[in-house]
Each structure stands twice: as C-alpha cells, then as structure tokens.
Design a protein around this ligand. Structure first.
Ligand code: ADP
Length: 553
C-alpha cells in the first residue's frame, strides 16, 4: 500500500536529500584533498569505520596537485578515481568523470589503439599516445602511462595522462622551423654553389689572364715589371732578367736599385716615390747596367697605376724601353746642330756686315731695284740669324750653358716695349695690352723679351687677324703672371702635354707654317732659368693662352 505524501512532506524530504548530497560531496572533497583519511559511515547494522587505504595522505595531495591527469580504472574500464586535473583537461565536472567508462572519452578513431594499450597495460607497464575528446568534442593529444595497481586486494589500472598539446604545437612549430631552415639551407647551398662556380670561373679567368700577361710580358722586347701600391716591385719579366742578369727574387722589392747607374739612382727613387704618393704616371730616363758587358744603357721608364672601381690603386704596371740608340742619335744631332750653328754664325755675321756696308755706301746713288734687293737680303739674313740664334740657344741649353746676366727690371715696361715692337712687325694684327702697373722682377731683359716676342709671334702665326691678341699681366701668389691669349687654332690635350718639348710641332696639314719647334722649348727653359714656370690653356679650334710666371721681388 502506497502512502501519498503531502507537498510539505515532499519538500522537506527533498531538502533532506539535498543536504545529504552536499555532505557527501564535502566528504569526497575532504578525502580527495587529504583532509580526512577515515570515515564513519552509518550502515544498517550501526556505524562502520572506513579507512582510506588506497593512498596515504601525502600521495593523495601530490596526485591532486600534479600537472598530469591521474585516473584509476577497474577491469571493466570504469573510472574509479580521477584527480581534478584530468577532469579539467576534458572540461568536465569531476563527478562526470568518476564512474564513467574511460572509453567514452576516446574518439572513435583512437578507440582501437586505446583498447590495445589497455590490454598491454594490464600485463605490464605501457606507454602510448592517443587523443581524447573534451566536452567540446575537441581532440587533445595525450601521453598515457599505464600500470596496474592493487587496490583493496583487487587489481586496478592506473593511468597518468600528460597533455601533449603544447609539446605537439612546439613539435609542429619546430617541424615548420626545421622545414624553413632546410629550405634556407638549401637556398644557401644553391647560392654557395653558384658563388663557387663564379669563383672557379673567375679564378680560371684570372689564371688565364695572368698566364696571358706573363706570356705577353715575357715575349715583348721591353722590360716589364709590376709593383704593389706602396711602390715595392713584385714581378719582372724575362727580358729584365736576361738584360740585368738578376733573378726575379733578387730584383723584387727594391732589389732593382743595384743595376741603376749611381748618377741616376737618387733621382729615380725620388720620381718613383712621388708617383707612388700622388698616383701620377711615372716617367723617367735612367741607365741600367747590362749583365753581358757591364755597360750601362739608357732606358725610358714608364709606369701607370691600375685602379679598382673605388679609384684605389691596386697595382703599378711598368715598362723600360731601351733608348740608348735614340739617345746616341739625339746626341749626334745635338752635336751637329751645335757645330752647324757655330759654323753658320761667322759667315752670317759677315754677310750682314756687307749688306750694312752696301746700305751705307752712297745710299742715294743706288738704283731703287738694288735698294729693294738689299732690303730683302737684309730681311732674309735677319730670319736666318733668328734661326741660327735659336739653334745656338738649343745647343747651349742641352749643354747646360744657357747663361745670362740678370738685373732688377720692371716687367711692365718690357711688355709695353714688346707690344710696340709687335705692332710694327705685325701691322695687320691687333695686339692689345690689357694691364696697367709695375711688376718688378730679377731677370735678363733681352731673354725675357725673347720669350714674350716668341709668344706674340706664335699667337699671330696660329690665328687669323679677325680677333685681337690680348696681353695681360697680374700678380698671383708672389708671382707675376704674363699671358698671351689668341682666338686661333687651339690645341688638343695631348698636344698641350708635349708643347714645351724640344722640336715638337703640331702636324696640322690645314695650317702649314714654317718653324722648327724650338721657340717654346727655349722660352720655357729661359723662364725656368729665371725661377719661374710656363703653362698653357687651350681649346681646340677656339684659341690658346700661353702664360709665364716669374717670382716678384
Ligand atoms: P714653331 O717654330 O714651330 O712655332 P714653337 O716652339 O714656337 O715652334 O711652337 C711649337 C708648336 O706649338 C708649333 O709648331 C705649333 O704647332 C704650336 N703652337 C705654338 N703656339 C701656338 C698657338 N698660339 N696656337 C696654336 N698652336 C701653337
């Protein structure tokens, strides 16, 4: 017979049950956290004491606190015990884990693997990786360590679960990084191979070009050498070794000095050091001793710097050309010029004397035609005299005997005189004196007049009469600079570089003029002998300015 309960009775029964449930939950929590290790339970036959033999307090606390999940299963795979950590790992309340079949947390794909693990776990300590699904059906990778554990005389299976999510992510990231690293290494390898190929090619090229250079250098009839940027030589060709009898080893560095003529040594070192310092091409004439007969022969030394992209000198390439024969020829020519000009001077002077006598002799009775012939003869003799004088000057300069007396003079006056003279000599040209002032120097009036007249006559000779010729003088850094400017044919750069050389003339078929290329050479030597220097500025087809500079007092 069933008893019908009133609402009031049902409510109070429900409250009683709720209280008992709370009490049971508190008790479970107390057992789990190790606060109690024995329970007194009211049973049908009175109170019974249950001691918690399965784990002592220390271990229970430890298991609750550890970072891994810990569960104990009975032989049916039911969870007898779980720590809170494992429940949290699955986002489930603990009471949903305890009492549940563990298999239910294993996704279908891993179930077979799990059953196999469990089977082995019951036999021996086993480890394996499977995924479990949490409450949101997300799969979490775990490492399971299974072992049997006797509990109250019965065998249970304990499982320690380590969440592998972080490890897997790290592994994944590592794998990715490894792949990237592999790719980068592959790229680096490829690049390396490419570079190696380039280097090999370049080395081959370099070797080839070195071989070519050596082959060429050893087979030309000229001395060839190379030097480091600091000026010490590092290579000499066969020709050098044959001529000097020195080995490359004896010659490199500064060893070459031993075969230079003692009179040329100091100058050679000076000029070479200057080129090394400034990077300017090296050019010098010096004598080297030949091994064959111990005789010195003149050589023309020449070297140019080889620079890299940044303009840094990386090597000097030098040559030495035997100019002994040319030198001898030049000496013979100079000798001839000297003798010829001296020999010419005497008859020329007497011819001029006779002409003067004819001019002076009963001038008024001479027929007009004879007078004209006498004038022409006089003009020709004057030209011849200028030429002979020039030749004599060249000989003197060559012999180091260009001598003249000096005095204190006003270059301003000298310029006025020259401009006046030139205006008479070249009546068709407009010669303009563009300066005013005094410029006091020490010098020889006739010689300086010779220089300025030479510059003016050149300006007239190498331009037409359409434009004026400007004569200027100004003070510059303790020097007086005298310039003669024309708007004539002008000069190219290479021509300018050689213009003050002895006997140098520009070969211009359009502009055929007489001359021997002595005027500028003599002029520059005269200016040098005065402690000054000459220079030229010119634009081809536009005109030139020739300057000489003399130190002011
Ligand atoms: P030359 O007797 O041949 O004139 P110079 O020594 O005076 O001898 O001059 C040498 C060369 O320089 C000339 O042959 C000429 O080609 C060139 N030269 C000299 N002056 C000028 C100038 N004002 N304009 C152009 N070229 C010149």
């Amino acid at each position: 017979m069933s008893t019908v309960l009133t609402n009031q009775e049902l409510l109070s029964q429900n409250q009683e049950l709720q209280r008992q449930l709370d009490e049971a939950n508190d008790t479970i929590e107390a057992i789990r956290t190790g606060q109690v290790d024995a329970l007194i339970v009211k049973a049908g036959g009175g109170h019974e004491v249950y001691t918690l033999k399965s784990a002592d307090q220390t271990y229970r606390v430890f298991i609750e606190k550890m970072a891994e999940g810990a569960v104990t299963l009975d032989e049916k795979g039911i969870v007898l015990y779980s720590n809170l950590r494992f429940a949290l790992m699955l986002n489930l309340p603990l009471e949903k884990v305890i009492g549940a079949k563990f298999e239910t947390f294993v996704p279908a794909a891993f179930r077979e693997g799990f059953l196999y693990l469990m089977q082995r776990g019951w036999m021996a300590e086993t480890k394996g990786e499977i995924s479990l699904s949490n409450v949101y059906q997300q799969e979490i990778p775990f490492l399971l360590s299974l072992n049997t554990l006797p509990l109250n005389g019965e065998a249970t299976l304990s499982i320690i679960l380590t969440d592998l999510t972080l490890q897997k992510e790290t592994e994944h990231r590592l794998k990715l990084q490894n792949e990237q690293l592999k790719e980068a290494r592959q790229n680096a390898d490829n690049l390396n191979n490419e570079l190696e190929n380039i280097v090999q090619e370049r080395t081959k090229d370099l070797f080839m070009s070195q071989e070519h250079f050596k082959f060429l250098a050893d087979n030309i009839p000229v001395i060839v050498w190379t030097a480091y940027p600091d000026g010490s030589t590092d290579y000499f060709n066969k020709r050098w070794c044959q001529y000097t009898g020195l080995t490359v080893k004896q010659s490199i560095d500064w060893g070459w000095q031993h075969v230079i003529h003692p009179d040329d040594l100091e100058k050679t070192i000076q000029v070479w050091k200057k080129s090394v310092e400034t990077g300017q091409p090296y050019e010098i004439e010096y004598r080297f001793k030949g091994a064959e007969n111990g005789q010195y022969r003149w050589h023309l030394g020449h070297a140019i710097p080889f620079k890299d992209e940044s303009g840094q000198i990386i090597k000097w390439f030098g040559t030495g050309t035997d100019i002994e024969d040319q030198k001898k020829e030049m000496e013979k020519r100079d000798e001839f010029i000297s003798i010829a000009s001296h020999e010419l001077k005497t008859p020329l002077t007497s011819a001029k004397g006779y002409i003067q006598l004819i001019e002076a002799y009963q001038k008024e009775v001479l027929p007009v035609t004879v007078k004209t012939f006498v004038k022409k003869a006089n003009d020709s003799l004057n030209k011849l005299q200028t030429l002979v004088n020039d030749l004599l000057d060249v000989s003197k300069i060559q012999a180091g005997k260009l001598e003249f007396g000096v005095e204190r003079l006003n270059l301003g006056n000298l310029i006025i005189t020259c401009v006046e003279n030139a205006t008479h000599i070249y009546p068709k040209s407009l010669i303009v004196n563009c300066y005013t002032g005094d410029f006091i120097v020490t010098g020889n009036f006739e010689r300086l007049e010779q220089v300025l007249m030479n510059l003016i006559s050149n300006a007239v000779k190498y331009s037409n009469n359409d434009h004026p010729i400007d004569i200027n003088a100004e003070q510059r850094n303790g020097y007086v600079n005298v310039s003669v400017t024309d708007r004539g044919i002008g000069l190219t750069e290479p021509q300018m570089a050689r213009i003050f050389e002895r006997f140098y003339r520009v070969e211009d078929k359009k502009y055929l003029t007489s001359g021997l290329g002595m005027g500028l050479y003599i002029s520059s030597e005269i200016i040098k002998a005065h402690g000054g220097f000459m220079s030229v500025k010119s634009v081809f087809n536009e005109g030139s300015t020739f300057n000489f500079n003399l130190p002011l007092i």
